[in-house]
Design a protein around this ligand. Structure first.
Ligand SMILES: NC(=O)c1ccc[n+]([C@@H]2O[C@H](COP(=O)([O-])OP(=O)(O)OC[C@H]3O[C@@H](n4cnc5c(N)ncnc54)[C@H](O)[C@@H]3O)[C@@H](O)[C@H]2O)c1
Length: 433
């Protein structure tokens, strides 16, 4: 690939894209408005926790195929392909906030010195890529193409996912842009990764439809878990047997305290909003959003019932990130659960292997932070597992028993062995079993 590529935004998606495309042999410049992030990246320090990321970062920096710059204008002018990887968070209305995308679009228009391909990796509502085309056309008569290339990586497995995607979606109108995109992704094409070529709107909708479907699947099994608890069924066996049906599949049928993170909550809200805007019934997605909010409160209420019935004052929480293997706290169920518990003035002691810095920004000094899970558990009357980190799966239960003041464990992710715990004298409260 002879073309230079610029990736704008070096967050979870932009950074992984920059590193991944560079590893494929492309020459990449990663840029961001956050100058501190760029200075660290130049030194090989990743601003996010993601397994394997620093190794790939250092390797590609060393190869000189990957560089980082604070000069966004110059980086755009030097590049033929510009990836947009900035954030598209939710507005209060649930609509996607496109201000970062619009700001980047204007910067690209101002620096369009020759033909370029603008590739949208950020998740954007249907019609946004056309809006980008119209906006740039209104500012310059230079030629360009816009391509929609939504990203499906999972935080915690982002590097693996980037190199082994189930499919690559490319919404593209022009043959010239298609040829260049084929070149950018040559490595994946050689590896027989399936590519779906479609129009811009189809690519935009594939991303939202996929996330909304996965959010629905999680919400479905959460409600089945709540029902299982009432009737004495085991949700794990229900999910396992359901998953044996090839039409259903085992994946995304794990009950828990509700989905969170930077994608499912905001993307389901944005999809519901697109339906409202176009007067199309998206009632199923709206129910999923509501049910997921209820799930977080349902878990908080289950915990509340437990501490009220047992006169509990000190609670240890293991796990704050919205899922394991990430430091991301955005819309984590732990935020709702902890805020509910704080209403009852409990002493809350927490540990998370990677997200404590982010948690401190959210909770400040309202809760107590411990770098070590055993220090968090010391003297607690109740232990709650909120994130399925491997270190908690294999936690030394004998040590926990000696350290805890009480003997109740609420496991919202079903990662511990209830039978073993009960034999040891714990009262173990699982989810949906
Ligand atoms: N995080 C995920 O797992 C994931 C997965 C698939 C898709 N996505 C989508 O990818 C997009 C990015 O998500 P993220 O989690 O990486 O966001 P993020 O908030 O981690 O990163 C966004 C980055 O863009 C930078 N930025 C903002 N405005 C800028 C500008 N004008 N110029 C240059 N840089 C700018 C920010 O400083 C930040 O570093 C979103 O649309 C998201 O929905 C995210």
């Amino acid at each position: 690939m002879s073309e230079k590529i610029c990736v704008i935004g070096t967050g979870y998606v932009g950074l992984v894209t920059a590193i991944g495309l560079s590893d494929f042999g492309n020459h990449i410049i990663g840029v961001d408005v956050d100058t501190a992030k760029i200075e660290n990246l130049k030194k090989g320090i990743s601003p996010i926790y993601e397994p394997g990321i620093e190794e790939y970062l250092l390797r590609n920096l060393k190869s000189k195929r990957l560089e980082f710059s604070n000069d966004i204008d110059e980086s755009i002018r030097k590049s033929t392909v510009i990836f947009i990887g900035v954030g598209t968070p939710s507005l209060k209305s649930g609509e996607a906030d496109l201000s970062q995308v619009i700001s980047v679009t204007d910067t690209i228009a101002e620096n369009l010195n020759e033909y370029k391909i603008i590739v949208t990796k950020s998740t954007v509502p249907v019609g946004t890529n056309q809006m980008i085309i119209d906006r740039i056309k209104s500012k310059t008569d230079k030629t360009f193409d816009v391509v929609s290339n939504p990203e499906f990586l999972r935080e915690g497995k982002a590097i693996i996912d980037f190199f082994n995607p189930d499919r690559v979606i490319i919404g593209c109108k022009s043959d010239k842009a298609r040829k260049i995109m084929e070149d950018v992704y040559r490595t994946l094409r050689i590896n027989q990764t399936p590519f779906v070529w479609c129009n811009l709107e189809t690519a935009e909708l594939i991303k939202y439809a996929s996330n909304a479907f996965l959010a629905t699947k999680i919400t479905f099994i959460n409600q089945i878990a709540n029902l299982s608890e009432k009737i004495g069924a085991d949700v794990h066996l229900v999910a396992k047997a359901m998953g044996m049906d090839g039409r259903i599949s085992q994946k995304f049928l794990h009950p828990g305290p509700g989905y969170g993170g930077s994608c499912f909550p905001k993307d389901t809200r944005a999809l519901a909003n697109i339906g409202n805007r176009l007067n199309v019934d998206m009632s199923l997605v709206k129910e999923v959003i509501k049910a997921n909010e209820n799930q977080k409160l349902f878990v908080a209420e289950k915990i509340r019932k437990c501490y009220k019935n047992n006169n509990i004052k000190t609670v240890a929480i293991l796990g704050l990130a919205f899922k394991a293997e990430t430091d991301d706290m955005r819309e984590s169920p732990s935020i709702v659960v902890i805020n509910e518990l704080l209403k009852d003035n409990l002493i809350i002691k927490v540990n998370d292997p990677k997200s404590m810095d982010n948690a401190k920004i959210i909770f400040g000094d309202k809760i107590k932070y411990f770098e070590n899970e055993f220090d968090a558990v010391k003297d607690a009357d109740l232990l709650i597992i909120l994130t399925e980190w491997n270190e908690y799966r294999n936690i030394d239960i004998n040590r926990i028993k000696k350290l805890m003041n009480g003997n109740i464990i609420i496991d919202t992710r079903n990662i511990l062995d209830g039978k073993e715990l009960e034999k040891m004298g714990f009262k173990y409260i699982a989810t949906g079993r």
